[in-house]
Unconditional design. Structure first.
Lengths: 314, 486
C-alpha cells in the first residue's frame, strides 16, 4: 500500500536552532496517525512544512504522490488542515468563511458546505459572526473547513484544544469515522497521551525535533504499562501508620514514589496487590479516604521510551 | 484564471465586510458632499457680494462734482441730471447699463462741439455735434443696436485717419485700435447687447483682451519673448474666438491662468466650475486607500488567518496578484463613486442644465471639441498617480513588515509630506532629489513645465515612477511569496 503522506528526512533550523532533525514517517489511508510530543517538540513545524507554510531546509513531503514543494497545488488538493488555532475571519459568519474556501477549492458545492456544517454540528450557529464563537465552535468550524473539499489527508494540529469533554469525544468519533469508514488518512498532533490512546491507530513520538519512535498505540500503551506497573494514590489517615504497614509487607522500598501528610503514591504490578493493601490498612484501623489509579503522564512515558537520561521536557 | 477571479472576489468580500470599509465608503460620499457644500457657500457669498454693490445716487454724484470741480465735472453734472430726469437707473441690466455711458459720451461730444466751434474748426464741430445727436436718438429710442452701430462707425472713422503721434494717448497703438474696431464691428454685426451681464459681451471682451495680450507679448524684444506665455495666449485666443463664433457659453478647458474675465458673480459658480475642480478631494480618498493597502496583507498575519488563506490549492503568487488587483480596482472604484457623487451633488447644488458642455482644446492651432466628462475623468486619473504609488508603497511595506500600523502610518505620512520634503531639497539645491518619487508625481505640472526640479520631463517622471513601482512590488512579492509563515 502506498502511503498518503510520506515524509522523508525532514530537517529545519530556525536561526541556527534545530527545530526538526531528519524526520521520516508515513501515514496511510484509513488510519489515524497520532503525532505525539511535548510543546515545542516540532509538531507544528512539521505540520507547517506538510502544508507548505514553511520550507524545509532539506528533505521532502509527498501527499498522495505529489511533492508539496514542486506540485503545490496538486498536493494541496489532497490536504485539509487545521494549523495552530482555528483563526478564521471574525467579522464574517461561519458560512461566509466557508464560502471563502469554497471559491478557491475545486468541487465544493453549497450542499457540501451544509453537509460539513452538519458533520461538525454547527448548523444552528453557522450564520453567526465567528467573533462570537467560543473556542470550541471555532475548532468545529476549523474542522468543517478542513473536510470541505473531501481531502484524502487531514492534518490536524491539536484539534481538541479548548473543547469540553463532550466535544472532544464527538470530535474523536468524527475522526475515527472519517478514517475507518471513508478511508481518510488523519495526521493528528497532540501533547496528551490519553487523547492519542482514544483515537489513534499508530503514534509517532517526537521530542526535541527528533522522531523517537513510531508504533501502534496498543504497543505503546502496553509498553507504558509494562514499564513498571500502575501508580495508585492512597489518601489515608494517618499516612505515617499506613507507610509502616506497607513497609512490613516487604514490598520494594522504591515502589513508594511520593508521600506527604495527606497521601502516598505507590507503584504496584496488578490490582490484586491494591485490594490486598487496602484490606491490610483497613484491618489496622487506618482511615481510607480514597484509592485511585494515577494517569501516567506523557513525561513518564517519554522517560521510559527514551530511557531517561538527558531528556528535557519543555 | 477562474481561481484568480475567485480570490479577487474573496478579497472584495473581506474589504467590504469590514466595518471600517463601510465607514470609508461613507467618508468618500462625505468628501463629495463637503466639497460641493463649500463651493455652494462660496457661490452664495459671491452672489450676496455682487447683489449688495453700492451705487452712488445721481444727487450725490452731482453734489460731489459741484464741490470737487474735477476736470470735466460739468459733463458729469449734465449727464447725471439727464439720466435722473429720464429715470435711467444705474442697475446692471440690458436697458439701463449702456445708457449711462452713452449719456456721458453724448454730453462730452456736445461740449467738444462747442469748444471746436469757438476755435473755428467748423468741420470737426459738426462731426461732434452729429455724434451727440445720434447718441441722443439712440437713447431716446432705447435702441442699443443703434448705439452699437454708432460705436463701430466712430471707431472706423478714427482708424481711417489714424496718425501715430496724435492718437497715441488714447489708443496704445494702431494694432490695439484695430482690435477695438474689430470688436465694435463684431458687436454691431452680431447684435451683442452692450451690457456686461450678457455672456457674449463678456466673451467678446475676453477675445479682445486675449488679442491685446498676444500683441503685447509679441511686441517684446525677440530675445526676451516668453514663448510659453505666447503659446498659452494663442491657445486662449483660439478657444475664446471659437466660442464666440460658435455661440458656446458653457465649456471646459484646461487653459487657466490666462485672461478669462467672463466670470459672472451675480450668476455665480456653475456645474462645470465646481465639478472640474473636484479632483482636489482625491487627496482624502488617497488616505483611505493607503489605509486599506497597508492592512491588506499584514492583517492576515496579525489575525493568523494567513495560514488558512495559504493552505489551499492555490499558489501564493496568485493570492498576491489577486490582492494587488483588488487594491487597484477598489481604489478606482472609490474614485468612480466619488466621481459619480460629484456629478450628482454638483447637479443638485448648481443645476443639471449644462451637462452637455463640450471640452475645448487646441490641437495644431485648431480648436477641437471633446467630452467634458472624459476630461474630468482624465483629471481624476492624473491626480490619482500619487495615490496609486503610495498605496503600492504601503502594500509593499505591509507585506515585508507585516505590521498594519507601521505601513499605514508611514504611507500616509509620506503621502502628505513627500511633496514638501522634495520641495525643501529643491530649494537647498540637492539635485538628487529629482530621483525621489515625490518629485515626479505631479504629472500635470511636469507636463506644463512647472516641475519642482528644473528641466524635469514627463518621460523622466514616468520612468522614475515605473522604477519605484517595480521596487515596491518586488519587495512586496518577496515578503509574501517567498518568506516562511512562522
Amino acid at each position: 500500500m502506498t502511503p498518503l503522506l510520506k515524509i522523508e528526512n525532514l530537517s529545519k533550523k530556525f536561526n541556527g536552532r534545530t527545530a526538526l532533525d531528519n524526520i521520516s514517517l508515513e501515514a496511510y489511508s484509513g488510519e489515524v496517525f497520532g503525532f505525539l510530543g511535548p510543546n515545542g517538540a516540532g509538531k507544528t513545524t512539521t505540520i507547517k512544512i506538510i502544508t507548505g507554510l514553511l520550507d524545509a531546509d532539506s528533505g521532502n513531503v509527498q501527499v498522495n504522490g505529489f511533492d508539496v514543494k514542486k506540485q503545490f497545488e496538486k498536493a494541496l488538493e489532497n490536504i485539509g488542515a487545521i494549523v495552530e488555532n482555528p483563526e478564521l475571519y471574525g467579522y464574517m459568519s461561519g458560512l461566509q468563511n466557508l464560502r471563502q474556501f469554497r471559491r478557491i477549492r475545486s468541487g465544493v458545492t453549497e450542499e457540501r458546505i451544509m453537509e460539513s456544517v452538519r458533520f461538525v454540528g454547527l448548523e444552528n450557529r453557522i450564520n453567526d459572526k465567528v467573533k462570537r464563537y467560543s473556542l470550541g465552535m471555532k475548532q468545529r468550524l476549523g474542522v468543517a473547513q478542513a473536510i470541505l473539499h473531501r481531502p484524502k489527508l487531514l492534518v490536524l494540529d491539536e484539534p481538541t484544544n479548548g473543547l469540553d469533554p463532550a466535544g472532544i469525544k464527538e470530535l474523536r468519533d468524527m475522526f475515527k469515522k472519517l478514517a475507518h469508514e471513508e478511508g481518510v488518512a488523519i495526521f493528528v498532533s497532540s501533547h496528551m497521551l490519553f487523547e492519542m490512546e482514544m483515537m489513534c491507530d499508530r503514534v509517532g513520538i517526537i521530542n526535541q525535533g527528533k522522531l523517537v519512535d513510531v508504533k501502534p498505540i496498543k504497543e505503546l500503551m502496553e509498553q507504558a504499562a509494562g514499564g513498571g506497573g500502575t501508580v495508585y494514590r492512597f489518601t489515608v489517615k494517618p499516612v505515617e501508620q499506613a507507610l509502616k504497614i506497607i513497609a512490613s509487607l516487604e514490598m520494594p522500598t522504591e515502589s513508594i514514589l511520593e508521600f506527604n501528610e495527606q497521601y502516598f503514591d505507590l507503584k504496584v504490578d496488578n490490582t490484586e496487590t491494591v485490594i490486598m493493601i487496602n484490606a491490610r490498612l483497613a484491618a489496622a484501623g487506618v482511615g481510607i479516604m480514597g484509592v485511585a489509579p494515577q494517569e501516567k503522564c506523557l513525561e513518564d512515558i517519554f522517560m521510559e521510551i527514551t530511557g531517561g537520561g538527558g531528556i528535557q521536557i519543555a | 484564471m477562474r481561481k484568480l477571479g475567485n480570490i479577487v472576489i474573496n478579497e472584495y468580500i473581506k474589504i467590504l465586510l469590514k466595518l471600517s470599509t463601510i465607514i470609508m465608503l461613507i467618508a468618500v460620499v462625505l468628501v463629495a458632499v463637503g466639497y460641493n457644500g463649500l463651493r455652494f457657500i462660496q457661490k452664495r457669498q459671491e452672489q450676496r457680494w455682487a447683489g449688495s454693490a453700492y451705487y452712488e445716487s445721481y444727487d450725490d454724484i452731482i453734489n460731489r462734482a459741484k464741490s470737487e470741480k474735477y476736470e470735466g465735472w460739468e459733463i458729469t453734472v449734465e449727464a447725471s441730471t439727464f439720466l435722473k430726469d429720464n429715470n435711467i437707473t444705474q442697475k446692471y441690466n440690458e436697458d439701463d447699463y449702456w445708457i449711462n455711458s452713452a449719456a456721458h459720451t453724448m454730453f462730452e461730444q456736445k461740449a467738444m462741439a462747442k469748444e471746436l466751434l469757438d476755435a473755428g474748426d467748423i468741420a470737426q464741430a459738426q462731426k461732434s455735434q452729429k455724434l451727440a445727436d445720434n447718441l441722443n436718438e439712440a437713447i431716446k429710442a432705447k435702441d442699443w443696436k443703434a448705439y452699437n452701430k454708432i460705436n463701430a462707425d466712430t471707431l472706423e472713422a478714427v482708424a481711417a485717419d489714424y496718425k501715430e503721434d496724435e492718437n497715441v494717448p488714447l489708443y496704445e497703438s494702431k494694432e490695439q485700435l484695430e482690435i477695438m474696431l474689430w470688436a465694435a464691428k463684431y458687436q454691431s454685426e452680431h447684435e451683442i447687447p452692450p451690457f456686461a451681464g450678457d455672456w457674449r459681451y463678456g466673451l467678446l471682451n475676453e477675445v479682445q483682451a486675449n488679442k491685446s495680450e498676444l500683441i503685447r507679448l509679441k511686441g517684446a524684444d525677440p530675445g526676451e519673448q516668453d514663448r510659453k506665455a505666447i503659446a498659452a495666449a494663442e491657445d486662449a485666443l483660439l478657444i475664446s474666438q471659437y466660442r464666440l463664433d460658435n455661440n458656446i457659453r458653457v465649456y471646459t478647458s484646461k487653459i487657466s491662468g490666462v485672461i478669462n474675465d467672463n466670470y459672472n458673480y451675480e450668476e455665480g459658480l456653475k456645474f462645470w466650475d465646481v465639478f472640474t475642480s473636484s479632483a482636489l478631494g482625491i487627496n482624502f480618498i488617497s488616505v483611505l486607500i493607503i489605509i486599506i493597502a497597508g492592512s491588506l496583507i499584514s492583517s492576515e498575519f496579525s489575525s493568523g488567518t494567513v495560514k488558512y488563506l495559504l493552505v489551499n490549492p492555490v499558489k501564493r503568487y496568485k493570492i498576491f496578484i489577486a490582492k494587488y488587483i483588488s487594491l487597484l480596482t477598489f481604489a478606482f472604484l472609490m474614485l468612480l463613486i466619488y466621481y459619480l457623487f460629484n456629478i450628482l451633488l454638483s447637479g443638485i447644488f448648481f443645476g443639471f442644465g449644462d451637462l452637455g458642455a463640450p471640452h475645448l482644446y487646441v490641437s495644431g492651432s485648431k480648436v477641437l471639441k471633446g467630452s467634458s466628462f472624459l476630461y474630468v475623468a482624465s483629471k481624476y486619473l492624473v491626480s490619482s498617480v500619487g495615490m496609486i504609488c503610495m498605496a503600492t508603497f504601503a502594500f509593499a511595506l505591509s507585506s515585508v513588515a507585516r505590521s498594519s500600523a507601521l505601513s499605514i502610518g508611514l504611507g500616509i505620512f509620506l503621502y502628505l509630506s513627500g511633496y514638501g520634503i522634495v520641495a525643501v531639497m529643491s530649494a537647498s539645491k540637492l539635485d538628487f532629489g529629482r530621483y525621489i518619487i515625490f518629485s515626479n508625481l505631479e504629472l500635470n505640472a511636469i507636463a506644463e513645465g512647472m516641475s519642482i526640479f528644473k528641466g524635469q520631463t514627463l518621460t523622466f517622471a514616468l520612468a522614475v515612477i515605473v522604477v519605484y513601482m517595480l521596487v515596491f512590488l518586488l519587495t512586496a512579492w518577496d515578503g509574501f511569496v517567498r518568506r516562511d509563515v512562522k
